[in-house]
Design a protein around this ligand. Sequence first.
Ligand SMILES: [Zn+2]
Length: 271
Amino acid sequence: MKIHALTTGAVRVKHSFLYPRQGPRRQLGLFLPGAFSDPLPIHCWAIEHDGVLRLVDTGETAAARNVPFARMEVAPEQELPAAIAAADLELDDVSEVVLTHAHGDHMDGLVHIRARVLIHETELEFLSSPMARVMRRVLRQPLPPGFDPEPFTLDDGQFGAFARSRSLTDDGRIVAVDTPGHTSGHISVICVDDEGRHVMLAGDTTDSLEQLYALRADAVAPDPKAHIATMRTILAHCAAQPTIYLPSHDPGSAARFANATTSTQTPVPVA
Ligand SMILES: [Zn+2]
């Protein structure tokens, strides 16, 4: 198995997104004036395994509009075709894409893809809800043209600390696990690498390892309690398995991946 970290530009997010207030100001702060972070990477991932090339997420495109709490910094030459070429891979060889969740900076790159696209059923259901339709219009973030992913369910039972999972390969080495919080249907993909480590492609479960340890829900999570419950599950998994935790926007993810730094080598989190 070979995993590649791909980068499709960067995003700056408002501090009120990374460090939300408690209570009613939690989401209001997203729409009030405020400072932005330094640029954070927009990662997606390519996995070569058993002669199959899969992607987890597809990154952002230059066409994406800013929203009140996020400013995109993506040039056309940073989109998925260039990102995949930088890893010495061919876009035409991609046979499957798995989405962690349906936010633009994870799926807008689908415009470059002809392969089958998988999405968790719960995430797809939310996309057709009135709330999701209104938010797409308000934030001017349409679904990628031709968006027609295949839904999957998490009915393969427990995987490590995660109660629900779905193996994406016959050998069970690439597994989608239930990580609700940032969105209600969010999943992560765990790859069991050749050394037996769990490489956790974590999407937006948190923005950083620090946020995971702090057990701090983000400002967009529909249910902060569910978000924090997922963080506790991830921490339990990390404690039981050598796990390399790789959120999409963590400036530390690329180095943690390159060095195969496992979560068990870092300080014990605050419970
Ligand atoms: Zn997201």
